[in-house]
Design a protein around this ligand. Structure first.
Ligand SMILES: [Zn+2]
Length: 496
């Protein structure tokens, strides 16, 4: 038995400036079919999990080219029509060449993609794939922030979401999807799905499963899987920055031989009881710094500038937190990575380690994130090529590439500037420029949740800063046009 493997997706922030093109989606281009197994076998990624299941079942993997970064998904503004059609043209051309040579398809997608072509990017991708493969069984793994649609279900033979935020079970979702696919092809199971949409938007900052309502819901869903002997059940937080008709949280249950409507509705009712618990205080950068300073013990306190999270589609070049850090000039402060390809290129082309420079950094994409920050007499501490192996649970062991990188110091504050836009998952972007993490007290970074998988057990405390940006805690700041109303917390909704 042969299972075809591919991946394409994006978490779309409809309110972010600009467009997602193929070049911004995957700055390093395609992962070529011949490199897939070597790069992803044994990694904590969707593909790593699918490869494990395929091997365990004695099947054979048949990879085609992938549009992925580090095995996971990027986030960014609305995807251009050209990007969506170019990627699916390329993938389906590859698939056509292999027709007759495989028995099933594993297609890792994100679930919260929007493109100019179709506000439901996954519906578009699945349609394109179906047009080639016909009724060959196809399954997908999905991110916990997926905005599911009934169309996605209708085009798929099985959707298997991750359960955790920060995402530490991508491998398991890939494994579950591929394993069930193989058993389905053999006729050992007959998976049927039921989707229950819930009229509730959850800010990405507050949808976590390490504590609070997210944790309780995850545990309740897992108990239902056991109690009703389901193949799978997932609570999807949805992605509230994607403005499309299917944006909301939801529950998807998968059962063997019957449609698990009652089971999905039971989990959804549990979610609905907790609908008001997904709220969090919104701290300015000044307030966040004050709280952070009060919590420093032996190590460092992390301040996450959540509203400028590249993982949520924000530009990652906002300067609000950096400006406050430079103003305070507290010994042992470091911030990074801030994305500024232009500044990095200038420093690489014109300077060497030890040079002292005046340069503007950040603030180049969107005024919401703050003006460019002018550094005076900043010393270049080190350069790096930006390549690292991830140490974070979300993509442990996978190669990542931030592009050329510079570490600067102005006064007591150090800053990491990178060329390619990624959120901060772990301390590797700091270490790759030679940082000794034990010398810092305050560590600023740009992420909402995924950094918690690594820093949660290492930081003295974590404090979320919510300055103006494209991933705000307060969802009423977004000008929604396409989502289905009424929906909480924008409208009153009394029942589901
Ligand atoms: Zn996610």
């Amino acid at each position: 038995m042969k299972i075809l493997l591919t991946q394409f997706g994006n978490e779309t922030n409809s309110f972010a400036v600009g467009k997602t093109t193929f070049e911004t989606l995957v700055p390093k281009g395609w992962v070529k079919a011949e490199d897939v197994i070597r790069q992803f076998k044994g990694t904590a990624t969707y593909l790593g999990g699918a490869l494990r299941a395929i091997e365990e079942e004695g099947a054979e993997p048949l990879p085609v080219d992938l549009a992925t970064r580090g095995g996971n998904f990027g986030a960014g503004p609305m995807m251009s029509k050209e990007c969506a059609s170019y990627v699916m043209d390329h993938i389906t051309e590859d698939v056509k060449k292999h027709m007759g040579d495989f028995d099933g398809v594993f297609f890792a997608v994100h679930g919260a993609g929007c493109s100019e072509e179709d506000l439901d990017l996954e519906r578009y991708s699945f349609k394109r794939m179906r047009a080639v493969i016909g009724d060959i069984p196809m399954v997908s793994s999905l991110d916990a922030h997926a905005n599911l649609s009934q169309d996605m279900l209708n085009l798929s033979d099985g959707l298997y979401g991750i359960k955790t935020v920060p995402h530490i079970d991508c491998e398991e979702a890939g494994y579950r999807a591929a394993k069930t696919l193989i058993r389905h092809i053999r006729g050992e199971v007959n998976p049927k799905m039921y989707l229950k949409k819930i009229p509730l938007l959850i800010p990405a900052t507050t949808g976590r499963t390490v504590s609070g309502p997210g944790k309780a819901i995850m545990e309740f869903a897992a108990a239902c899987v056991k109690k009703y002997n389901l193949i799978d059940a997932t609570f999807f937080f949805g992605f509230s920055a994607a403005d499309c008709p299917c944006s909301s949280c939801s529950v998807l249950a998968v059962a063997d031989g019957y449609v698990p409507k009652k089971e999905a509705e039971e989990i959804a009712a549990f979610v609905w009881q907790r609908r008001y618990e997904f709220s969090e205080p919104s701290l300015s950068v000044r307030e966040a710094m004050d709280v952070a300073l009060s919590k420093v013990k032996d190590g460092y306190v992390v301040i996450n500038e959540a509203s400028d999270n590249p993982g949520g589609g924000a530009p990652g070049d906002g300067t609000h937190l950096l400006r406050e850090m430079i103003k305070r000039n507290i010994p042992g402060t470091i911030m990074g990575p801030l994305t500024d390809r232009v500044a990095v290129k200038y420093l690489f082309d014109n300077h060497k380690v030890g040079d002292v420079v005046d340069i503007e950094v950040g603030g180049k994409t969107d005024a919401t994130g703050g003006e460019p920050m002018r550094l005076h007499n900043a010393e270049i501490i080190n350069f790096s090529n930006g390549k690292l192996i991830s140490a974070a649970p979300i993509n442990f062991g996978a190669p990542m590439d931030y592009g050329n990188t510079v570490r600067l110091r102005q006064g007591n504050v150090e800053l990491i500037i990178v060329s390619d836009r990624f959120q901060t998952y772990d301390d590797r972007p700091f270490i790759m420029t030679g940082c000794d993490m034990s010398q810092y007290k305050i560590l600023g970074l740009k992420s909402m949740n995924h950094f918690r998988g690594y820093f949660g057990s290492r930081a003295d405390a974590i404090v979320t800063a919510d300055p103006p940006g494209q991933c705000p805690i307060n969802l009423k700041l977004y000008q929604y046009k396409n989502i289905e109303r009424p929906i909480l917390p924008l409208d009153e909704v009394n029942s589901i």
